[in-house]
Structures are given as structure tokens and as C-alpha cells.
Design a protein around this ligand. Structure first.
Ligand SMILES: [Zn+2]
Length: 673
């Protein structure tokens, strides 16, 4: 909608070069300055229609921005040239080389979709005040185009986007993507060597692939060169390359550092081609982050949440971001994405570089950032750190049900009646108990979450607690396996915080059945809370009885045991009125919003949640995920975060404070002051 106006408003984006853009915050440290995304399409009211005119105007504008910082063209060390059409490459070069005739900056030129429909060229640059060294590698023929192979400033080496060229002749070396990627990195190796470095010093790369189907083959070749334990952060996107022969172009930054380390909010057991982030001591280089969600705005929020957790793991925060690249599969999402970034980061965000370059998977938004050093981050730190999340419905099962779900669909099966798939990427359950544990704990770490973890087998709960300090054990049971599960012993010895998930509905036992009294009595005498499965999932299982999910059936229990602390799982969905009636009458009753917050269509979940809040129960609703399908966790969080009818305070209550009160967990235990 409001794309262009918002865009100008947010970024002070320079469309008319005849005025100087208002002073915007340029991210910088003592050495490195970023000049993102320069586009000029008009001058003195006249449209600039040719590539020559626009190239000249863009580089003039860069000159003005440089001089505002006391810099000159000769201080530019990197330029990224984005062309709407690679056929403009030669004409662009003819102008470009007049600005950078000696010791030209390193460069990468690719064809992407540009946000401004009239733009033919967009340039992002990096400059440095310090003395710089042009790297002229032995055995690698100097470029015939206006760029340098490498430039080092201080401990940092900027390397040009490399393509598959013969080191002796500079001529293109054809071949499949594997052959080409090896040639590309072979040349990068020569540049590193000349600068006294090797691949173990590379901190960050951007890979531009001509064809997304080449991704795996590129990866295999790429990993032969990169360090195994701490490969550089990386983003890979599709972009048109300047010569049709080329299938990949790789642009890297390397840094000599004694403090180099991988920063990751999660632990990975698998070897991966890139690290989530590399901390070089001076800067934190974060990989291109992608989180699938149902639209670009939701993805942007989820991506920024993940970037925030990575930055936190590296002792930084969102305010320490100095440079940001946003890759969009569909450039038409740019307006919405920028608006969302502005909402998250506030008005002083560094201008991002935004390009339309399809991502490798189905996602629409990928964001890659560089953050400044720790001292600066802490100085700029004036936002309170976000609270942890307490997930009150986490399963620690050993055996995993073999069911998949389409998120945000509400459907039971994966196919419609006519046999069409409901969604392209259903959420599969974890493969086994270990997979469930590892993936869940990874999410707990990543999102700073704590969990009420539940299963019937206490040894599983112990295993989880040994593997994470974020676990509060709760014993799951039905009435038939109550003795076998040693519920009484576990509760009486204080080994579990709660009883739940109570599985009576799956046993075909009504909530008001006297068979359950032994559990209610134990809970009341020991003063432990109980979570009872109510409705939502489970349909189509053999003994499951739908009407036993009706919360009104609990009424005799609640009047008989007025001290019983109980929470209705899945918020009693879809029995809204019945749930409200019970909540009104019995103040000890809480609800969790697990499962419905990722499996139901989001609008229906929002309607249900809004009704509960509008009825006045914002302090009785607790966040849960029911994460036997671990990738449901980020969706569940995002679907609450995106509830625009909730205030920040209401979200805090739902994500944390209501559960702390209900379970009587001391907030010190979660590291909150
Ligand atoms: Zn459950």
C-alpha cells in the first residue's frame, strides 16, 4: 500500500539528489562506515532514465554522504552494485571507473529486483578512515574491471565478490556449480594468503547463486574450504550474475582475531555449512536468518526475534546493529517489511540494504546483520531486556505419536476431501524422544524460555532436567496408569511441580467421574496444580470422547474441591462460553493456549484469545505450545506476538507472569530481578 511514502519516511531514502538527506544515524565504529542502499532516480525534478545518468547520480550522492563523514571516494573499501538488468553492466562500468580510477574498492555486482520500480542501479558501500592496503595476490591476475581483489583495513580484509575465473588469465572457467565454486574459493584462498590469512579467518560471506537448484552442490564444494568447527556466517540467495557462464559468486569478509568464536543461542550436533554468528571480538557477523511464517510481516518479526536472541548470546542487542541486509523473495513485500522493522527497531535503525533476491527455501524474508562491539552495545542499552517465556505445556515423551499437522489450518488430515494437500510443509512430530528433547531445548535456549515439561515416565523428566536448567517437571497421567506412573510418590516427595497432562479425555473418562477423585485429592492435599487435557487435539483417536472436553463437566469437581488449582489445556477450545462460565465462577481456574495457538487458523485463535481477554481473564491465560511438533514453538509464539489487540503488558502476563503466579514459581529462578 503506502510503500513509497513509508519507505521515504522510515529511511530518509534519497530519491531526489538535489537536497541533502536529513542527518540520519549512520552506524559506525572508529573505523568502518556503512552507506547502504543509494538510489537516485530524479535530479532537479527530472527523471533519470538511463543507466549512465543514474550511475553518475548515485555515485555523486555517495560522494556527498562520504564527505558528510569526512571521507572521500578513496576511503571506500567495498561497493555492492545492484543492477536491474545485467545488460547495463558495461555502461555502468564506463561511468563507475571514472569515480574509482586507482585502487578501486572491492566490489560485487549482481542483478536483483530493486524496490524502486524506476531504479536501474542501487549501490551499498563500506568505507574506512584508516590506512588501507590493496591486496594484489601473487598468482592471481589483476581484474580487468574497476575493482580490487582485496582491501585490508586494520585487522579486517574485504574481498571482492569472486566468480569462477582462471587465476592466470582472468577468463571465465566454465563447469558445473561444484567446479565453479571450487575455482571461486581457490581464488579467494589466494587473496587470503596474500593478506596473511586463511579460510579460518573468514567471518562472513554472501553467496549469490544463479540457480537455487545448485544449492546443495554449491554447499558441498563450499564446505571443503571452510573450517569445520566455526565456518563463517553466511547468507545465500538467488541473483543474476554478470556473465551467463557463472553459476555462483561469493563475497567474503575476513578478520584476524584472537577472540574469534561461534555465537549460537542453540547447540547443534550436526555439522553445518555456516555458523549462526561469528564474534571476532570487535564485531558480530550474523548469518542470514530465515524463519518461515505465513507472511512477510510475520517472518520479519520472527527473524528479528531470532536475531535478537543471537545478539544477546553474543552480549549485544538490537541496538548494536550497524549494518543490515534484507533479502526478499518478492520485492513487493519491502514496504511492509520496512514498516515492521521500524516498529521493532525504532526510528534510529541503520538504513538497511534491501534487495529482491529469491531465497533458497520457501521463506520470503532473510535478514543478515553486522553488530558493533560490546562496549558500544552496552552504552546504547536502555531498553529493558525482554522477559523469558514460560511454556506451561511441553511434552518430554519418549515415544512420539505419528501424526503431522498443517499449522494455522485447523484441519485434522493433511489432505482435503478432494485429495489436495492442505499445506506444503506440515509440521511433523519429532522423530523420537531424543530428537524431541534436543529440538525443544534448542528452542528454549533460543527464545529464552522455561518449560513445564510433562510425560508419564519420570526418568524422562529427569533426563530433560539433566540436559537443561529450563525444565520444571510435571507428571502426566490418566486414571488407569496413575499407580504405574507413581504419581502419588512423585508428588508427595516434591519431585514434580505439578500433575499433568491429565489424559482422562483420551481414556473416555468424564471430568466429573469419581474415578478421578484420587487425583484431585492428592493435588489438594499436596497443594500442587493440575493441568487437564480439554478438547482441541486428539479427535479421531479411539477412546476419545468429544463432549468430555466441555469445561462445565468440571463444575462438581471445582465445587467439591474449592482449593484445587487447575488449568484447562487448550483453553477449553472450542467451548468458549463454557470456559468463560467456569473462569467467572472459579478463580483458581486458569487456561493454557497450547495447540490452538499454532494449529487453528490464526484468525480463529485470535478471536478466541481476544474473547477471553475481553471477558476480563487476561491474568488467567498462560502460554503453552504442546510442542510434540517442535517447530510449532516459534509459530505459537509468533501467533501471540502478532495479536494486535494485546498490549505489551497483556503479552507479558500471558507469556510469563500468569504462569509464575499459578505455579508459584519464584521469578529469581528464571533470572529475573
Ligand atoms: Zn499435550
Amino acid at each position: 500500500m503506502l510503500h513509497k511514502s513509508i519507505y521515504k519516511f522510515i529511511l530518509g531514502h534519497c530519491i531526489i539528489a538535489t537536497f541533502i538527506v536529513p542527518k540520519i544515524l549512520l552506524a559506525q565504529d572508529s573505523q568502518i562506515f556503512y552507506f547502504p542502499e543509494i538510489v537516485v532516480i530524479q535530479e532537479e525534478g527530472r527523471a533519470l532514465a538511463t543507466i549512465e545518468e543514474q550511475t553518475e547520480a548515485v555515485l555523486d550522492q555517495l560522494g556527498r554522504e562520504l564527505s558528510d563523514q569526512g571521507l572521500e571516494y578513496s576511503d571506500v573499501v567495498v561497493s555492492n552494485v545492484f543492477l536491474k538488468d545485467t545488460r547495463d553492466f558495461q555502461a555502468m562500468n564506463a561511468i563507475y571507473r571514472t569515480y574509482f580510477n586507482v585502487d578501486a574498492p572491492t566490489r560485487a555486482t549482481v542483478q536483483v529486483d530493486l524496490f524502486d520500480p524506476d531504479a536501474l542501479i542501487q549501490v551499498s558501500a563500506v568505507a574506512s578512515k584508516g590506512p588501507k592496503t590493496i591486496i594484489v595476490p601473487k598468482g592471481l591476475k589483476s581484474p580487468e574491471l574497476p575493482y580490487s581483489w582485496g582491501i585490508s583495513v586494520g585487522n579486517t580484509l574485504f574481498i571482492s565478490g569472486a566468480t569462477s575465473r582462471s587465476p592466470e588469465t582472468y577468463q571465465p572457467v566454465p563447469g558445473d556449480v561444484g567446479i565453479q565454486t571450487r575455482r571461486v574459493l581457490g581464488n579467494v584462498g589466494l587473496i587470503l594468503q596474500e593478506a596473511g590469512m586463511d579460510f579460518s579467518d573468514v567471518v562472513s560471506c554472501k553467496v549469490f547463486l544463479d540457480d537455487t537448484r545448485d544449492f546443495q552442490a554449491m554447499n558441498e564444494a563450499y564446505m571443503e574450504f571452510m573450517p569445520v568447527d566455526d565456518p563463517p556466517a553466511r547468507a545465500t540467495v538467488r541473483a543474476g550474475l554478470v556473465n551467463k557462464i557463472f553459476s555462483s559468486e561469493i563475497q567474503c569478509v575476513a578478520e584476524k582475531s584472537n577472540d574469534r568464536r561461534v555465537i549460537s543461542p542453540t547447540t547443534s550436533t550436526r555439522r553445518r555449512p555456516f555458523s549462526p554468528a561469528i564474534d571476532s571480538g570487535n564485531k558480530l557477523y550474523v548469518a542470514g536468518i530465515v524463519v518461515g511464517a505465513e507472511n512477510a510481516v510475520a517472518e520479519t518479526r520472527a527473524v528479528m526475534a531470532r536475531i535478537d536472541s543471537i545478539l544477546n548470546a553474543g552480549s549485544r542487542n538490537l541496538e548494536s546493529i550497524e549494518n543490515m541486509w534484507v533479502y526478499l523473495t518478492d520485492i513487493r513485500d519491502a514496504g511492509d517489511v520496512l514498516e515492521t522493522l521500524n516498529e521493532i527497531l525504532g526510528p534510529n535503525i541503520p538504513r538497511p540494504t534491501i534487495i529482491g533476491s529469491p531465497l533458497m527455501g520457501r521463506a520470503k524474508v532473510e535478514i543478515q546483520v553486522v553488530a558493533g562491539n560490546i562496549v558500544k552495545a552496552l552504552e546504547g542499552f536502555d531498553q529493558p531486556k525482554s522477559n523469558p517465556i514460560l511454556d506451561v505445556h511441553v511434552h518430554a515423551h519418549r515415544d512420539i505419536p505419528n501424526r503431522s499437522y498443517c499449522p494455522n489450518s485447523g484441519r485434522i488430515g493433511l489432505k482435503t476431501e478432494s485429495g489436495q494437500p492442505v499445506c506444503p510443509t506440515p509440521l511433523s512430530p519429532a522423530q523420537n524422544g531424543i530428537d524431541l528433547m534436543e529440538r525443544t531445548i534448542a528452542y528454549l535456549e533460543e527464545y529464552n524460555m522455561y518449560a513445564i515439561a510433562m510425560t508419564q515416565d519420570y526418568s524422562q523428566l529427569q533426563l530433560w532436567a539433566e540436559n537443561s536448567h529450563r525444565i520444571f517437571p510435571s507428571i502426566q497421567t490418566g486414571v488407569t496408569d496413575f499407580e504405574k506412573n507413581e504419581v502419588r510418590q512423585l508428588v508427595e516427595s516434591g519431585k514434580v511441580l505439578a500433575i499433568g497432562e491429565l489424559m482422562t479425555q483420551y481414556e473416555g473418562v468424564s471430568p466429573d467421574s469419581e474415578e478421578i477423585n484420587k487425583i484431585w485429592e492428592l493435588a489438594v492435599t499436596q497443594d500442587v496444580p493440575v493441568g487437564i487435557h480439554m478438547s482441541a487435539p486428539g479427535a479421531q483417536l479411539p477412546q476419545y470422547v468429544s463432549r468430555f472436553g466441555n469445561p462445565l463437566l468440571l463444575e462438581p469437581v471445582l465445587s467439591k474441591y474449592p482449593k484445587l488449582r487447575i488449568y484447562l489445556m487448550h483453553a477449553g477450545w472450542p467451548f468458549l462460553e463454557e470456559t468463560v462460565s467456569i473462569l467467572r465462577q472459579y478463580p483458581n481456574v486458569y487456561v493454557d493456549i497450547s495447540f490452538i495457538n499454532w494449529q487453528m487458523p490464526k484468525n480463529l485463535f485470535h478471536d478466541y484469545l481476544r474473547d477471553l481477554v475481553d471477558y476480563g481473564f487476561e491474568e488467567r491465560v498462560m502460554f503453552g505450545s504442546d510442542q510434540t511438533w517442535p517447530d510449532a514453538i516459534p509459530i505459537a509464539i509468533e501467533n501471540v506476538e502478532s495479536a494486535e489487540f494485546l498490549s505489551a503488558e497483556q503479552k507479558d502476563n500471558i507469556f510469563l507472569y500468569n504462569a509464575l503466579r499459578f505455579f508459584r514459581i519464584d521469578q529469581d529462578r528464571l533470572g529475573i530481578q
